[in-house]
Design a protein around this ligand. Structure first.
Ligand SMILES: Cc1cc2nc3c(=O)[nH]c(=O)nc-3n(C[C@H](O)[C@H](O)[C@H](O)COP(=O)(O)OP(=O)(O)OC[C@H]3O[C@@H](n4cnc5c(N)ncnc54)[C@H](O)[C@@H]3O)c2cc1C
Ligand code: SF4
Length: 444
């Protein structure tokens, strides 16, 4: 008999193929041309527009919306790409509800912002579907820059440097580019292989050599070798290390990192082959926790619970994301920390202690409760995987000043691995771009 939502244990194929296809379809349907016009008409084209200030890449939002309204989506796309070459992905994954759309004056006045994210997608898709690339490379400068990591930060940096005519070599540890766009972002935010299509489109600029399956920090791929051989080095390797739970019984079977679970899901040709528990408990309070929980539910888990150790207001996932989770049937418990994972070889239950925040930090109240759990997903943050050479760190990340300058000459850093800024795709793009501008100024 086929598995169902009630099949005990961690199993694949809890839902029929049609239900899975529906569950993992596009979260937001794209606008057609008429819908885009109607949405663009709502923009007031504000002077000193607060939406621009709220965008980490400072896209001229009223200008691109005006271009859509004037029937020039290609011009609108160029306005976006000038600031954010991954504008297509950001249109899909940006938490606009806490960025541009939160700042939109129509949100303040009416509680309904201009739908900037969907308009951005309409414009960028128009150009990308046509396959045209609106930038030409400047003549070769003879300068060479090494980029470590083919995530949003590394790709944005590489594209801008290539545009200026520098030769760029990107060293990527995995066999595919895209970073968390390919391995981390929830499936329903970026469907139909968009992450790979976007990288292929970006590489049309030319002058960028991609070197896969090469992990910086191993063999002779070191900071010393790169600074010897290249005029500049950009580090954009994200946060590849995953934090431990530090609770008794963490080594039981079916206790795994949420990012690995999501990555398996993103790489599966058929999501129905990914095993999921009947009672899934996700520990954490950020986007990763929400994505793991929602996707467990969409795979057919009967009960999915997110447990976060601090109050709800301290969760880094936005209210929109939390609402999405509850709308899919995910339960959220806050103010509770895991103390013990129980079971013989594999986990069966997990015990939590209620917590309270006081002047000395978080403390257990002494009251505990237990949840049934045949699968536990840990989403309690990532860290830098090893320290690159003698570089200065700040709070466990690479310390940077201004446009990504590190403590070492010729070395820049940006994205999640660098200090400052939110861990968001759009912030990584902004930091990669700004570092590229600084590298260009420095090496020319
Ligand atoms: C599960 C999850 C969901 C998320 N959802 C969203 C979302 O919906 N919206 C949003 O805005 N942000 C989201 N984020 C955050 C966003 O994905 C990151 O902020 C962004 O990807 C950071 O880009 P980056 O280029 O700095 O790092 P990454 O995307 O992590 O890319 C780093 C690249 O470097 C490579 N690398 C690592 N170590 C080495 C090495 N030693 N040598 C060579 N290459 C190396 C990696 O393989 C990877 O390709 C999410 C994050 C996670 C974990
Ligand atoms: S704040 Fe809103 S209305 Fe004003 S320019 Fe930006 S998108 Fe348009």
């Amino acid at each position: 008999m086929a598995n169902t939502e009630r099949t005990p244990g961690v199993v694949a194929g809890r839902l029929a193929a049609e239900a899975l296809a529906e569950n993992f379809g596009d979260l937001h349907e794209p606008f057609d041309a008429h819908e885009a016009m109607v949405a663009a008409d709502r923009c007031y084209f504000c002077y000193d527009a607060p939406c621009i200030t709220a965008c980490p890449t400072s896209i001229d939002i009223p200008l691109f919306i005006r271009q859509i309204q004037a029937g020039q989506p290609e011009g609108a796309a160029k306005t976006i790409f000038d600031q954010n070459i991954l504008g297509g992905m950001c249109a899909r994954v940006c938490p606009t509800e806490t960025l541009c759309e939160e700042a939109c004056v129509r949100e303040a006045a009416e509680g309904k912002p201009v739908e900037i994210g969907r308009l951005q997608r309409f414009a960028t898709d128009t150009v990308m579907v046509a396959g045209s690339h609106p930038y030409a490379r400047a003549p070769e400068t003879g300068k060479k820059v090494a980029v470590v990591g083919a995530g949003p930060a590394g790709l944005a940096c590489a594209h801008r440097l290539a545009m200026y005519g520098h030769k760029v070599v990107v060293f990527e540890a995995r066999s595919k580019p895209g970073g968390l766009n390919e391995y981390g972002i929830a499936s329903y935010k970026t469907v139909d292989g968009f992450a790979q299509a976007e990288v292929e489109w970006l590489l049309q600029i030319g002058g960028i050599e991609m070197v896969y399956d090469h992990k910086f920090g191993t063999g002779d791929l070191t900071l010393e070798s790169l600074t010897d051989e290249y005029d500049g080095v950009f580090l954009g390797m994200g946060l590849a290390g995953v934090n431990a739970l530090r609770a008794e019984g963490e080594d039981h079977a079916h206790v795994r990192d949420a990012v690995d679970f999501i990555s398996e899901l993103r790489q599966a040709a058929n999501v129905g082959t990914v095993p999921v528990g009947r009672d899934v408990v996700v520990i954490g309070g950020g986007m990763t926790a929400v994505d793991a929980a929602v996707q467990s539910k969409l795979l057919g888990a009967e009960h999915v619970t997110i447990v976060y150790r601090r109050p709800r207001a301290r969760m880094s996932a936005s209210e929109y994301e939390l609402h999405l989770a509850t709308s899919k049937g995910v339960r959220i418990i806050t103010g509770a920390a895991p103390t013990r994972l129980m079971g013989n070889d594999h986990v069966t239950d997990i015990e939590f202690a209620y917590t309270e925040e006081g002047p000395d930090g978080l403390k257990p109240t002494g009251e505990t409760f237990t949840l049934k759990a045949d699968q536990v997903l840990k989403a309690i943050g990532q860290h830098l995987d090893g320290t690159p050479g003698a570089i200065r760190l700040d709070g466990g990340k690479i310390a940077v000043e201004g446009p990504g300058r590190t403590s070492l000459d010729k070395v820049w850093a940006g994205g999640d691995c660098a200090s400052g800024g939110d861990d968001l795709t759009v912030t990584a793009v902004a930091e990669g771009r700004d570092a590229a501008e600084d590298i260009h100024r420095t090496i020319c």
